[in-house]
Each structure stands twice: as C-alpha cells, then as structure tokens.
Write a protein that binds this ligand. Sequence first.
Ligand SMILES: C[S@@+](CC[C@H](N)C(=O)[O-])C[C@H]1O[C@@H](n2cnc3c(N)ncnc32)[C@H](O)[C@@H]1O
Length: 276
Amino acid sequence: MKITVDLAPVEETLLVPLWARAEEATRSDAVLRDPRAGGIRARLDYDFGPLASAQASQLGCCVRGRLMDSWLCAHLALHPGCTVVDLGCGLDGRFERADDGRTRWIDMDLPAVIDLRRRFFRDTGRRTMLAGSVLDEGWMDAVAEAAAAGPILFVTEGMLPYLQADEVRTLLVRLADRFPGSTLLFDAMSPLVVRHQRHHDAMRHFEASFTWGLDDLADLEAWDPRIQLEETQRFHDLLRRYPQRLPRLVRWFGRVAGAVYPPFKRAYTLNRARLG
Ligand SMILES: C[S@@+](CC[C@H](N)C(=O)[O-])C[C@H]1O[C@@H](n2cnc3c(N)ncnc32)[C@H](O)[C@@H]1O
C-alpha cells in the first residue's frame, strides 16, 4: 500500500529533489547515484506528473547534490569519524552515498518530515534522526550531546531559501556560537531568483515560496566575521558542464542572460564556509 503524503507547503518541496534523484538513478550517465530515491518515490502516493517538464531542476538538484557530496567526502577524508548534521534533510539518502564507515550522522528536519522519513530510514548506532525546526535552539543541545568530539560539518541543501533573512542570520550566528570551528555547506540565491520564482520550472507547481535572497555573499561575513567563506561555486557554471542535458531554450537563455546581465551568473551559488 502506498504511503500518504501529508506535508505542509514548505515540507512538500522535499519531493522535488527526491524526484530529481529518482529520475537520475534511471540514467546510465547519472551525475549522482542515490540508491534509495527510486524506491522511496515509488512508495509515495503523490502525483509527480507536473514535474516531468522540469528538466533544468531535475539536473540542477543532482548537480547540487553531487558537489555537496564531494565537499562532504573530502571533509570526511580529512576528518575521519567527524559528525555530519544534515539540516532540512528531507528524504535525502546522503548518508548512503557518503558514509565513510566511521562518521556520526544526524539528519534533521521538521517533525512531519521526520515522521515520513522514519518510514524509510532507521536510526542506528552512528546515525540519528532529529525532529524540529532549525529556528529553535533546543536541537543544538541534542546535536552537542550526540556529536563526536571535534568540529562538526553542517550541510544544508535547498532549505535556507525558505527562511527569512533574519532567520538565516540568527541560525548562522548561533551555529558559530555553539559549534566554533565547524564547517557549513549551503546554497544561496540572489533576490533576482526570489523575484522570478514563479518562472522556476519546478517551483511554479508548489505553494511554498523562496523568501531569502542575498545580493552579495560578502554580506555574510559582514553579519558576523566568524562566517568565513572558503569556496563558492556558481550554479550557472556547474550546469554548463552538462549542456546535452539541458533543453535548448534553457541553454540559450542562460548564455544570453549571463552575457547581457553578468549578475545572472551568480544568481545561485553553492558555498563552503567555516564558522568561527
Ligand atoms: C527543498 S527541500 C530539500 C530537502 C533535502 N535537503 C534534499 O535536498 O533532498 C527543503 C527542506 O527543508 C526543510 N525545512 C524547511 N524549513 C525548515 C526548518 N525551519 N527546520 C528544519 N527543516 C526545514 C523542509 O521540510 C524540506 O525537507
């Protein structure tokens, strides 16, 4: 029997990257292989039909996940056994893709999402699910209690754009306060994307809205000098590595928009930062 999906609008957005990873798993030239996504998608009582035309988002979610995974695996190679916390994890099978056999792993999301997630994933000795909002503070105590000694790697993919700017700021400052020396992998969009989100090939089918956009990533360091950006990759450049995977119109639009309006090229970025 299929599982009913009863999620609030912002929670429902997790179905986009899940769908994207499930589609990707059917390709011989997959940019990301998630061993769980296809099986999970098949169990959900949900109409993914409207997403069929969202080819750019489908590739985009996988390109984003691939870079985050590669940063995360590089970090684990340098810090074997360190703790990883995936904030706004949705139904991602990142642990299955990146586990080094030693890491302590915490997947966190809102309670309804964790309830759904528990239908597919189990806690183990090294892996825990945590239900709550990143906007509360209590979860940080739970993380501090469960974490191995040493700096933590926080990864968040597709969640921060649904928060308000002051909420993102409070979250980052609290992370720097509570977990100095930790690393944060995150995505950030410019206000340009927020303004034009109803043209987004996937978001136009969803009720939730992006709310956080940042003109200049340097503003993060101005928020708090402990937020130190170590690497930024422009999504525009990452997608262009797979021209054959993008519809011709999207390719043409990306080229023209980037040429006539250079800020378009940094409209969405993936970032690695050190906190404190
Ligand atoms: C676009 S989905 C991304 C899911 C997952 N990271 C992935 O890539 O498959 C956004 C996720 O952020 C979660 N989220 C949004 N606001 C949150 C909050 N305040 N606290 C925890 N999770 C939140 C949603 O429930 C959802 O699972």
